[in-house]
Design a protein around this ligand. Structure first.
Ligand code: SAM
Ligand code: DTB
Ligand code: SF4
Length: 317
């Protein structure tokens, strides 16, 4: 399915009540409106990344790059996944500050992490940078549910954000992921200095992916001191809301995940986003390198909204 920019613009610019009503209607037909999926992130390899993404603290291109970590030990990662499940997460996402996956011992270790996390009956996601089709097949064989690989913005604005890879590189990895029958998780960042039209173009590209994305993380830029894009102006909250609603209307089946920036969003904007079709959050005290609401804050938030975490397999609720 491909949708024109004009059609996306018409959806986006409806009156807010009409937009939210349409998004809620779609949401109620395709999703369970009382539940929110909790997904816990784990940074299995921090820092030392050769890419120059202008928003990221883990890049080697910073004036004071962070001290890179080695790959976390298998037992630590599995322990974190167990703890995440005990706290209500049904999905566990392992991120590595790599440009691309390289075959060898470290990738073999990651495959073992995927196997052991999958054995806990959790959805398993990885975000490891670029993949070859063969690497995607190996991840699938290990039990990977989904692969997160963000396009971040429009093809036209992309070169302002990162210069060490192209949009086409990103699309090639997404193609390899889809061909291996792994679900696609592909999101954006709002607040990189892009225009509203860039955000529509991002959504338009998403509509051309096969298979359609199973999950769409919406990140609001967390401005990290020392990163080139940190001085960008924050995004008006209604633009976040309109984008979430438009995404829900265009992708009735996808999980829409409120990702980076929830601390800055506050309770009211998160509530509006849930009303507009968001139905997942990243949980845990940290995202990759930046803070996130605590487990008890999130539990309280959901309770106050009358929402509950999506069921976790093998747990009595
Ligand atoms: N290195 C891999 C890659 O880039 O695909 C995986 C990890 S990377 C940190 C995962 C995603 O986090 C990026 O694609 C970007 O969308 C998001 N991200 C990174 N830094 C961010 C920030 N400061 N604010 C919001 N989102 C951010
Ligand atoms: C995604 O779209 N957002 C998450 C996850 N996928 C890997 C990462 C957000 C990172 C925010 C900045 C940081 O903590 O360094
Ligand atoms: Fe590396 Fe990913 Fe950060 Fe880009 S976003 S610098 S690829 S860790």
């Amino acid at each position: 399915m491909s949708v024109s920019l004009e059609q996306i613009g018409i959806i986006y610019h409806q009156s807010l009540p009409d937009l939210i009503y349409q998004a809620q209607s779609v949401h109620r037909q395709t999703q369970e409106p009382q539940t929110v999926q909790l997904c816990t992130l784990c940074n299995i390899k921090a820092g030392g990344c050769p890419e120059d993404c202008g928003y990221c603290s883990q890049s080697l291109h910073r004036q004071h790059p962070m001290v890179p970590s080695g790959l976390l030990p298998l037992e630590t990662v599995v322990q974190e996944a167990r703890a995440a499940k005990a706290q209500g997460s049904s999905r566990f996402c392992m991120g590595a500050a790599w440009r691309e996956v390289q075959d060898g011992h470290q990738f073999d270790q990651v495959l073992e992490m995927v196997r052991q996390v999958a054995a806990l009956d959790l959805e398993v996601c990885c975000t490891l940078g670029m993949l070859t089709p063969a690497q995607a097949q190996r991840l699938k064989a290990a039990g990977l549910t989904a692969y997160n690989h963000n396009l971040d913005t429009s093809p036209t604005y992309y070169p302002q954000v990162v210069s060490t890879r192209t949009y086409q590189d990103r699309l090639a990895t997404l193609k390899a992921v889809g061909a291996a029958d792994i679900s696609i998780c592909c999101g954006c960042i709002l607040g990189l200095g892009e225009t509203i039209q860039d955000r529509w173009e991002f959504l338009q590209v998403l509509t051309t992916l096969t298979p359609a994305p199973e999950s769409i993380p919406i990140n609001c830029l967390v401005p990290i001191p020392g990163t080139p894009l940190a001085p960008s102006a924050p995004v008006d909250y209604l633009e976040v809301l309109r984008l979430v609603a438009t995404t829900r209307i265009l992708f009735p089946q996808a999980r829409i995940r409120l990702s980076a920036g929830r601390l800055e969003m506050g309770e009211q904007l998160q509530l509006l986003c849930f009303l507009a079709g968001a139905n997942s959050i990243f949980t845990g005290p940290a995202l990759l390198t930046t803070p996130n609401p605590t487990q008890s804050q999130d539990q309280e938030l959901l309770e106050r909204f009358g929402l509950s975490a999506s069921p976790v397999k093998g747990m009595i609720s």
